[in-house]
Write a protein that binds this ligand. Structure first.
Ligand code: ATP
Ligand code: MG
Length: 341
């Protein structure tokens, strides 16, 4: 028996924060590293999903390489044969299966997709591609028989849709598809209750996010390490003169403790213990600032040294295998629905 498949789309743009790194990128890299002996790990770059807004090739290519490089610099190995890294549009079966699934999906069901409603409302030009997005997502998953797909809250409805169409087609045509696990099981599998929230350094009541306008309270992965250290030194704290982890009463200090713990891969409890009795915030901040500086210097160095040729080679070799796997499913579907003998 082949290993069960874990599938995830890799999306990353250029200006990521350390919140994105620890909350989004690292968990996926860790998952790939720790589970690849028992699972087939499919990591794909969703270029067809991005294509709902037109793009030119050189920008797209740059984004794809940057995206894969970011994950590689964060620790995703390129030489693990159980991890596949591929571009969605290089496996034509994605679009082919999407069309077939289209023909087995009711317009009414699609109209109820809340993400489509959110993204299309108030827009003058809404493409059918945007409307169709969940069906492409279903094809992404079903082609490889993926059981586990880490989904954020905004994607749970699409995962339910994928299960629904797989079950419907299975009951009509026999066991065509592996039905992915329900949302609750997905959360259990990926240990989702450990959701992480790094807060803005200037306003620790607010989540650190990449689209923040001033960027003063945001640590970007591309920040000059000295500038980032200064942002830590001028982070908002409080007047309690006590370094303790207490989110409710000392959100700024707690956030810095959490950042430090993450940078050191240590627990918050152990990290906080080290500063018991510390009253001088300046001294504490200096330690966090140095750690941030070291991390960014190291990460930026790794990113600069990613072997682009190795990335391209990984993409191409994965795409060969993925085409074989995807076409096997596609052909079974084509036969079942009457397109092939
Ligand atoms: P935007 O401001 O555009 O919403 P964002 O920084 O909130 O950007 P998202 O694109 O919404 O980032 O999320 C990308 C990934 O980063 C998700 O997995 C999300 O959970 C994670 N993430 C984003 N911000 C943080 C944060 N402050 N702490 C931990 N994880 C985060
Ligand atoms: Mg966000």
């Amino acid at each position: 028996m082949a290993n069960p498949v874990i599938l995830t789309g890799l999306r990353a743009n250029n200006d990521l924060t350390i919140g994105n790194y620890f909350g989004g990128i690292l968990p996926i890299v860790d998952m790939a590293n720790t589970r690849s002996s028992e699972f087939q790990i499919n990591m794909f770059i969703p270029d067809l999903h991005s294509f709902t807004t037109p793009i030119d090739y050189s920008t797209l290519y740059e984004n794809i390489i940057a995206n894969a490089s970011l994950f590689n610099a964060a620790g995703l190995p390129l030489d693990n044969p159980n991890i596949y890294l591929y571009r969605q549009s290089f496996i034509p079966a994605h679009s082919e299966l999407t069309w077939i699934l289209d023909c087995f999906t009711g317009f009414g069901q699609m109209e109820r997709m809340t993400q489509f409603k959110d993204k299309s409302s108030g827009q003058a030009d809404v493409s059918v591609g945007l409307f169709n997005y969940p069906i492409l997502m279903a094809a992404d998953i079903l082609l490889y028989g993926a059981a586990y797909v880490p989904v954020g809250d905004d994607q749970t409805q699409h995962l339910e849709f994928t299960r629904d169409i797989a079950e419907r087609m299975n009951s009509r045509f026999g066991e065509l598809f592996v039905v992915p696990e329900p949302v609750k099981k997905q959360h259990e599998f990926f240990g989702k209750e450990q959701g992480l929230r790094i807060m803005d350094l200037q306003n620790p009541a607010k989540k650190m996010s990449k689209s923040d306008e001033s960027g003063k309270g945001v640590l970007f992965l591309s920040d000059n390490p000295d500038v980032a250290a200064k942002k830590i030194m001028s982070a908002t704290t409080d007047d309690k003169a006590n370094v303790v982890f207490d989110r409710a009463n000392q959100p700024g200090i707690s956030n810095l403790l959490e950042i430090l713990a993450l940078l050191r891969s240590a627990s918050i409890v152990d990290t906080a213990k080290e500063f018991e009795g510390e009253t001088r915030y300046g001294d504490f901040k200096k330690i966090v600032a140095d750690e941030v500086k070291r991390f960014l210097t190291d990460f930026q160095h790794k990113l600069k040294n990613v072997d682009e040729a190795a990335v391209v080679k990984k993409l191409e070799s994965s795409e060969k295998v993925m085409n074989i796997q995807a076409n096997r499913t596609l052909q079974a579907v084509q036969r079942a629905v009457g397109l092939r003998k």
